[in-house]
Design a protein around this ligand. Structure first.
Ligand code: PAF
Length: 283
């Protein structure tokens, strides 16, 4: 696996592949790679000839009181995992390469960026949209792979790609879970032992809400409120617990069949998110 740290070198490698007629898959990450990221690399490898992975802890998507400085940076281990996974090129730019000066151009996917996580993390999704748009312009891949664990991010990037006619196919890849159901996330490493034991309750709450809906309960606000209370009682500070339409992430009505239940909750100072995407039979 080759590693490049500047945009010119990245473009040089990718253009040689292009001249050879090869297709390119791209997996953007912030590093601290786990099995969820490797699943994205594997999916890219199956679908394209060459795979580019970026590792960049993007400052513009962190709020002033968030964990940008302490976000885990594990370059050596990440590199080894990527070599083992068969990635072809690692793009590892310093902040000054990505943002030589503060960007004056912003990208805001209106509506979507203010919902759910966007409500409690103002500016977060504008930072995500900006960096993913820049990375797509740098790599110019055929295929972009993103994890479904960040379903709102995936939906927002799909919208941005459609709105701006960016010539890339976007695919979501299913969340990878620990044996006890906890969705894999770099932020799981912040959890104390006690909080780590409690954390699978998030997926249990999502599953219980899904079961209630599939059993015929169409009172979605009540289903959500029940699980919110269960989590609060179990010691979580619940940011949101929402039952939505997966297409636009707006509140689902009883007649909607393609559903997404998504949540964010804090255990101590660690904020975790998760979701379940499923279909119910139409009435
Ligand atoms: O999901 C992430 O790790 C980040 O939000 C992304 C897509 C790499 C943009 O910085």
């Amino acid at each position: 696996m080759q590693t490049v740290t500047n945009i010119a070198a990245l473009r040089e490698v990718v253009s040689q592949w292009r001249q050879a007629g090869l297709s390119v898959g791209f997996v953007p990450t912030m590093g601290n790679l786990h099995a969820g990221h490797i699943k994205l690399v594997n999916a890219a490898k199956q679908q394209t000839d060459k795979v580019v992975v970026s590792i960049f802890v993007n400052p513009t998507q962190f709020g002033p009181n968030e964990d940008f400085a302490s976000y885990p940076r594990t370059e050596q281990q990440d590199r080894e995992k990527l070599i083992a996974s068969g990635a072809d090129l690692l793009f590892l730019p310093p902040v000054a390469e990505m943002y030589p000066q503060a960007a004056q151009t912003g990208i805001s996917v209106k509506g979507l960026s203010g919902l759910h996580c966007g409500a409690s993390r103002p500016g977060h999704f504008d930072g995500v949209a900006l960096v993913v748009c820049k990375l797509l312009n740098m790599v110019q891949p055929d295929l972009l792979l993103l994890g479904e664990k960040d379903f709102q991010q995936l939906t927002l990037i799909r919208q941005m790609v459609a709105d701006l006619n960016i010539p890339v196919t976007v695919r979501g890849v299913a969340t990878v879970r620990e044996a006890d159901g906890l969705a894999m996330s770099s932020r799981n490493g912040y959890l104390s032992e006690q909080h780590r034991q409690q954390a699978p309750k998030l997926y249990q709450a999502l599953s219980a809400a899904q079961d209630a809906i599939l059993a015929g309960n169409n009172d979605y606000p009540a289903v959500a409120e029940q699980q919110r209370q269960n989590l609060q009682q179990a010691g979580f500070a619940v940011d949101y617990f929402s039952i939505c339409r997966s297409a636009d992430l707006l509140p689902a009505n009883a007649g909607d069949t393609d559903l997404l239940i998504l949540l964010a909750a804090r255990l101590g100072t660690t904020r975790l998110i998760d979701n379940i995407h499923f279909r119910k039979a139409s009435a």
